[in-house]
Design a protein around this ligand. Structure first.
Ligand SMILES: NC(=O)c1ccc[n+]([C@@H]2O[C@H](COP(=O)([O-])OP(=O)(O)OC[C@H]3O[C@@H](n4cnc5c(N)ncnc54)[C@H](OP(=O)(O)O)[C@@H]3O)[C@@H](O)[C@H]2O)c1
Length: 287
């Protein structure tokens, strides 16, 4: 079983992005700018945001993190977003999810200028993605597509099952696979007989969030397993696939940690730099 090392590929991609930015800095006249808004004190969010901050600095992106109190009002948060929308030095605005439950997440995400929506969560961007004319795709599924391409894993004509149907992972993942001509099935908590469905899958992407949920004996020999799940068990991070025994059936799999997570961050840098290139009128975009 090949281990699809997202950490190594993400490092490579981030280094290439840093060079890409450096080479265009004088023409652009300013560095790319990314602002991350964090409301509340979710420990997992704080860890993810620190990783994003470090990655941004290494890619030559001017990053700022706004740590907002958990009790911030909806209007105050919207005002912060409007100020960033108007700030010409900012190319990307990211609101770290989940937001405290008192806040209306949809209204917050809708307030971000679609031109600066580097997460691709704004309805005009997700709608455009489904019409195959999107300029930005959500970081986790796009990062997975980059990982598959880097390992020459062809999805055209393959049966791909995406387990999970969230707006941030499952749905856009299905669309990106469809655009590459996979035959895609989306499974969710109401799917009957998931093991039977998975037995015909050439590629399984799991974005459920349940440790060891997908059993190796449900899978078709030669399957490619992409594990989006991040679950904490006894202080360790594990994915959605039961790792033990997976090597007997899968041809390739992403580890947790070190698979999809680092690719998500590298793709956020990619999306921010692509947004910068558009805003500064550069004649190309990073690949
Ligand atoms: N590595 C990364 O970069 C990254 C990025 C984002 C998320 N994640 C992780 O990925 C996981 C999923 O995230 P998310 O935001 O997409 O989660 P989410 O919004 O909670 O969605 C989970 C999905 O799993 C489905 N599900 C739950 N139980 C199921 C079952 N028994 N059988 C089949 N499907 C089932 C749910 O179905 P229903 O719709 O029917 O409820 C839902 O669609 C989490 O562990 C999260 O931490 C990782």
């Amino acid at each position: 079983m090949d281990i699809l090392d997202g950490k190594a590929l993400a490092l490579e991609r981030r280094a290439a992005l840093a060079v890409w930015v450096q080479e265009r800095l004088s023409v652009a006249g300013r560095p790319p700018g990314l602002s991350v808004l964090v409301a509340g004190d979710d420990a997992a969010s704080a860890t993810y945001v620190r990783s994003k901050e470090r990655a941004a600095a290494k890619a030559g992106i001017q990053g700022e993190v706004q740590n907002l109190p958990a009790g911030i009002s909806q209007n105050e948060l919207l005002a912060r977003i409007h100020a960033l929308n108007a700030d010409e030095a900012i190319d990307g605005i990211l609101v770290q999810l989940p937001l405290p439950k008192e806040l209306d997440e949809n209204e917050v995400l809708d307030a971000i200028d679609p031109e600066k929506d580097v997460d691709g969560f704004h309805p005009s961007n997700s709608g455009a993605l489904w019409q195959q004319r999107g300029r930005v795709a959500p970081c986790t599924p796009l990062g997975i597509m980059h990982l598959l391409a880097a390992h020459n894993i062809e999805v055209c004509g393959k049966h791909a099952v995406v387990v999970g149907r969230s707006n941030i992972v499952g749905r856009p993942m299905a669309e990106l696979l469809l655009q590459k001509n996979a035959t895609v099935t989306i499974a969710h908590s109401r799917t009957t007989d998931l093991p039977n469905l998975l037995s015909s899958a050439d590629l399984v992407v799991s974005a459920v969030g349940r440790a060891g949920f997908i059993q190796p004996e449900w899978l078709k020999p030669g399957v490619v397993c992409i594990d989006v799940g991040i679950n904490r068990v006894d202080g360790r991070l594990v994915g959605d696939f039961q790792w033990q025994g997976l090597e007997n059936v899968a041809s390739a799999a992403t580890p947790v940690p070190g698979g999809v997570g680092p690719m998500t961050i590298a793709t956020l840098m990619h999306n921010t730099i692509a947004s910068w290139a558009r805003h500064c009128g550069l004649d190309s975009s990073p690949t």
